[in-house]
Structure formats: structure tokens, C-alpha cells
Design a protein around this ligand. Sequence first.
Ligand SMILES: *Cc1c(COP(=O)(O)O)cnc(C)c1O
Length: 446
Amino acid sequence: MRAYKTKMVERIELPDREERAANLEAAGYNVFNLDADDVYVDLLTDSGTGAMSDEQWAALLRGDEAYAGSESFRELEAAVGDVMGFENVVPAHQGRGAENVLYGALVGEGDAVLNNTHFDTTRAHVANQGAEAVDCPVEGAHDPDAEGDFKGDFSVERAREHVDRVGAENVPVVVLTITNNSAAGQPVSVETTREVAAFADDIDATFVIDACRFAENAYFVREREPGYGDTSIAEIAREQLGYADALVMSGKKEGLVNAGGFVAVEDDDLFERAKQRAILYEGFPTYGGMAGRDLAAMAVGLREAVDLGRVRDRVEQVRDLGDRLRDAGIPVYWPPGGHAVYVDAGKLLPDVPTGQFPGQALVCELYREGGVRAVELGEFAFPGADRPDLVRLALPRRTYGREHVEHVVETLAAVQDRADAVAGLEVVDEPEMAELRHFSARLRPV
Ligand SMILES: *Cc1c(COP(=O)(O)O)cnc(C)c1O
């Protein structure tokens, strides 16, 4: 049962088939180069693309734009305290700004950081400190067909092996990313969170939770982890986050805003160091690169994030998309995670060899067929990573309805029907940094 009705609308349009083909060619077969106006259903990302509530829009108007001591910052502090259980808050312009503040204060040259799976920007910020980012996912995390309720979990066993190799003194930080974005948005159990907290304590490391999708994660815990069936999302979130020493958060996810982020810490000394770094990179610590009105909207968004109706709508819509695709015979990562459904393009386009980017070819066909924009997370985005060629369909929060989901399923089914006629792609132009090529490279059909 939907927990919302519509109060404001935005016109969208599906360009006709010839226009779509021309747009694709003009974009160099890279959908990052498309104009958003030419996209009908935009599933590029769930980051900063959701709809705000009437309460959030009202909060925007009341935003306090004071440089120091803003009332909107006090509202954010109170929300982080009530919803997440942390008193010390340092705002940042978005998640990666928060990562720069926190990891810059905690990590040094030659260190190692352990994480269930580093998200791209996290990995980059660890590397930027001269440290090594080590992933410790559980068996099956990257296998679209492996069974599991908590495929996003952290393998303490792998982590211990790494500590044995490099020495505990070189591992200052252990991170748990909930949900695990780079492992198909899979959840992490509270039990694992407790184990990771004990492990971090044992090696004297700071335990950080990357809380971007903390409420989606709590919904899975409520559904799947014994003993939590009658616990509220708010209580589960408080418990799970409470095991951490610090949080890093992108407000563009479950802050339910279009821009923003923050760090929250327990330790007063770390709080001071984070604030000093924030002044250098983000702004005075009561605004951190955000407008006062955006702080105010994020404060409201955090409280809305843990509302059961809100998060149920959210996770069930993603699951509905996954179920419908699977019923239509489309190979998808199973089970669906919290924010996106991942299609196995290597299986859907078996005639396109990996070197010709089956994932990117599928992304292009989804636009050509139905004006749907998805993103490739396979050989094109991660050259040589030896992972399945997945295409991500990320659903913005509170944005699309069932008809859009049906349109996406019909579009995929139509592409699958003519899979043997889909051409692979080759790169024409790419930037110097291979890690960033999927954002701007240009391609052409082989
Ligand atoms: C999006 C994201 C970030 C970075 O946040 P931005 O707001 O995009 O800078 C960090 N960690 C995870 C898990 C994310 O999903």
C-alpha cells in the first residue's frame, strides 16, 4: 500500500525512435552524455535524484543561512542525535566530502582500511591518504545466483587474515557499508555488525559505518534477521548504528535530499580533528559547504527515512521490479538489494564478447528501445575486474510509480527478444584515467 500521494508533478516525454537513435549516436553511446530531458525513465542513480516531501520543502523556506551557529544546523544535530544516536555532527557538501573529512583525520600513509566492500569514492579517499583499501566481502557477494539473506556482510575471517599479514598497528579503521552498494545493494545483519565492532575493538581500530542506506538495511533486518520482526525501523537503525564509533553519510541517499552529507562521531578528540579538517575543505563546521536550507531539509529527511511506510514502499518497489524482470525471463542478481536491480548483461547478450562491453551495449539498447537510462557496472566501468557484466537499474526514492516500472520491464523484454541482433561496442575516445572512463568515454558499434 503506497504511503504517498502526488502533490507536484514534472512533465516527462519519450522522444520518438529516430530521435532516440540520433541522441545515442550524438552521445557517443555513453548515456552520461545524454540530456536528461531526452530520458523517459531515469534509473542512472538513486543519489540525489529522489523527491522531497512537503515537510522538507517547508523546512527549506525556514532555513537559517547564518554563517556560524545556524538554527538549521541545530535541527540537523538534533535529528542525527534522535535518529542515529550520535551527538557530534560535522556537515559536508556530500558523502565524499564527509569521507575526506573523516578518513583524512583517521588514516595515514601505508595504513590499510578494511571494508565489506569499498564504494568507489571511499576507495579513492583511502588511496588519497596513501593507504590501501582492502575489501572483505563474504563468499557469494558478487555471484548473481548465490543464495543468502545478507550477501552484503563483512567477512571477519578475511579481515583477520589481512591483519595477520600487515599487523594490527597498520589498520586504524574498519568500515561497514550498509547496505553494501558495491555488492548489489545487499544488506548487512545486526549480528555481523556486532562481530565487526568486537573485531575493530580487538585490533584497536576505529569502527566506521558508511550509513548511506541505513534505513533500507534496517528494513531487511526486520524482515530477515531472527528476533527483529516486531522491532521498528527506527529502533533497528539506532541499535545497528550504535555499535559504530563514527558514521559517514551521503544525504543524497537516505538523507532524502538532493545534496548534502555529514560525519558523526562519538569521540570528542576525533570530533575536534574532523572539524578542523572540515574548515579546510568544506566550510565552517555549522554549515560544511551546505546552504542552511539544505541542512534543514536533510534534518527532516533523516526523520522521514526511518518511517516504516516510506522504507517499505521503497524496498518493495525495487523488489517488484526484480520480480517482474525475473518472471519475464531476464537474468537478474538475486535477491534484489535495497536501491537497485542488477541485470546480468553477459547472460542477456551472450553473443557480445566481454571485450565488446555487453553491459554498455545493453545500456544503449535500453535507451534506444524505451528511453530508459541505466548504468553499466562491468568491463567498461571496471576494466579487468573479472566480475559479471552487470547493468544497474537504480530507483530514485519516492519518484516513479508502477507504470514506470512496467515500462522498464517491457523495455528489457523487448531488448531480450532481439538480443541476437544487438551489436557490441568499441571505445573511440577515452580520458587518461582509466578509472573514470565510463563517465566520459565515447564509443561506437562494432
Ligand atoms: C554515494 C555513496 C558515497 C558518496 O556519496 P556522494 O554523496 O555521492 O559523494 C559513499 N558511500 C556510499 C556507500 C555511497 O553509496
